[in-house]
Ligand binder design. Sequence first.
Ligand SMILES: Nc1ncnc2c1ncn2[C@@H]1O[C@H](COP(=O)(O)OP(=O)(O)OP(=O)(O)O)[C@@H](O)[C@H]1O
Ligand code: SF4
Ligand SMILES: [Mg+2]
Length: 322
Amino acid sequence: MNYETLLKIEDLYVNFRTDEGIAKVIDGISLSIRYGEVLALMGETGCGKSTVAKSILRLLPKNAEVRGKILFKGTNLLDLPESELRKIRGKEIGMIFQEPLTALNPVFTIGNQMSEVFKIHKLRVKRTIQDEVIELLKNVRIPDPRRRYYSYPFELSGGMRQRVMIAMMLAGRPSLLIADEPTSALDVTIQAQILKLLMDLRNEYNMSILLITHDPGVVAEMADRVAIMYAGQIAEVGPVKDIFLNPQHPYTRGLLRALPLGHKDERELENIPGRVPNLINPPPGCRFHPRCPYAMEKCRKVKPKPVMVSNEHLVFCHLFGG
Ligand SMILES: Nc1ncnc2c1ncn2[C@@H]1O[C@H](COP(=O)(O)OP(=O)(O)OP(=O)(O)O)[C@@H](O)[C@H]1O
Ligand code: SF4
Ligand SMILES: [Mg+2]
């Protein structure tokens, strides 16, 4: 294993059992995240971004069947007993979500909830736990942290609550942060502040970040590399500059053409005809083939293998000989 790699996802498959049948949501994806890097996972709604994130920490519901390997510092998280995984979850790997209110307990103060993290993970403290919590609130730039220690979640704005979630996650000094649409519930100004905070913290704490978003402006601003997903498959992965300036996969080309950088629009795929496929009965081969203007016979049968088009830039498409 490459010593630079913190997390390595190998050939991950996720199926969900549903009343209608088995939804084949993740179709054999592989990805790696290096120490200190920000990897963005981007793709339209329903393509499986959150499913990948939740697979890492084994937070998927019971109807999920997961296959493959998720190596964190060389250990396969999918094989670990739950008791071992609990030591990693919220300590070595932190996670923040879109809506921080649902993750905070309304009946306990911020200080109370944050102190719990220190107790659960038996984290070492220099002085008292309260001092450590206030220090963390300070680190996420919460004004008047001593007073906020005694606040309840409803007394804080959305942006402040997200800062609290980030502070909580920092308590364990994680080496990996999974941020699933961390700012999409916030207004634009607050969004920018939270993203800037995450970037500052990445440097201060030397964390890697798996950043899930459908916003190319956020990717351009924050990420080192980006993986583009379509219907549970990776379409293209590489350094952000290469993908944005020189997209190769027909899906990425359509996606980026449809989206002026930094402009978020629900109709983003207007000029790629067709819809995201039903995953109970997904198209065989390249799942993009029903919408792809270049689809060939082979595309309907064979799943494309990655082809390197330039250093670190991989495309999963038969047009490139894969
Ligand atoms: N527990 C579940 N049971 C059945 N299907 C599920 C379950 N969870 C997710 N799915 C399906 O898996 C697919 C991927 O969902 P996922 O939430 O990972 O997408 P996403 O890329 O995160 O989308 P969004 O951008 O909207 O957050 C969707 O079709 C969704 O309906
Ligand atoms: S593999 Fe075929 S269908 Fe898929 S993107 Fe490439 S050309 Fe289009
Ligand atoms: Mg999601």
